[in-house]
Design a protein around this ligand. Structure first.
Ligand code: 6PG
Length: 245
């Protein structure tokens, strides 16, 4: 159940990114203090770029990057230097600008054969992360939402990935046919905390349907993100929030 408390609305994408960056720093500090390191799953697409820029600019020396491990929620099946690569985007906006050990960056090998890579990445997660409820547990997961209500690479025509017993799955973009490797819904919902970052008017209609639980809202994968034990947060700019109610 989504409550007011878990939704934050910002005037602009930049103020949203600044607030998320401060939250990111706070979570890193708390988790590192408690566990000695933090495991974070990042999303791709356009929305995280601003957050990454703010982190690189303002938090370069404010976060103990030596203790931060990055993984990916999803990856497009392309080589890392392809402009569509989620790793490539993160490298450009964040990783190349901070001092993070290369062994802390656990990318999905988008250039590999997809089915084999989904298995390989599942093993990486099983071996590196704490297991809770029989599934790997991320301390922090950042999600986006597509204009069709997809999240990670779980698309409305591939809802089976939400409840799959696998850790990672191969998905196909419904319009472009591009293959993707994605965390399954149960792994995302097993995270300790999840932040959806959503900006822009093109998202407001589906946001309204999901938040108001209107008829048919469950056909949108993003509506199925409800954490088993953790804390679900939605960060939206005014345009994405639209007029709810
Ligand atoms: C990807 C993503 C995807 C993304 C949404 C929103 O690889 O595309 O990880 O799930 O978060 O599509 O994308 P935008 O931020 O570009 O709107």
């Amino acid at each position: 159940m989504i409550t007011e408390k878990q939704i934050k609305i910002f005037d602009t994408p930049l103020t949203m990114a600044e607030s998320m960056a401060a939250e990111f720093k706070k979570i890193c500090g708390e988790v590192i203090l408690k566990k000695g390191m933090i495991n974070i799953a990042l999303s791709g697409g356009n929305t995280p770029k601003l957050l990454f820029e703010v982190l690189a600019e303002n938090y370069k020396n404010e976060i103990d990057w030596q203790k931060v491990n990055f993984y990916w929620v999803d990856e497009r099946c392309v080589p890392p230097n392809d402009f569509e690569s989620n790793f490539g985007m993160t490298e450009k906006y964040l990783l190349s600008k901070i001092e993070i050990p290369v062994e802390n960056v656990h990318r999905v090998l988008g250039e590999n054969e997809s089915a084999n890579e989904a298995i390989r990445y599942s093993e990486v997660l099983k071996n590196n992360l704490k297991i809770k409820n029989d599934l790997p547990e991320f301390d922090l997961t950042l999600l986006g939402m597509g204009d069709d209500g997809h999240t990670a690479s779980i698309f409305p025509d591939q809802m089976g990935i939400l409840n799959s017993n696998e850790i990672c799955a191969v998905a196909v973009h419904p319009v472009t046919g591009q293959k993707r490797i994605t965390l399954t819904g149960r792994v995302i919902n097993n995270s300790d905390s999840v932040y959806f970052l959503v900006t822009g008017k093109s998202k407001s209609e589906i946001i309204k349907i999901i938040f108001e639980k209107k008829n048919g809202y469950l056909k949108f994968p993003a509506a199925h993100i409800e954490l088993t034990n953790g804390e679900l947060n939605w960060y939206l700019d005014k345009e994405a929030f639209g007029e709810i109610g």
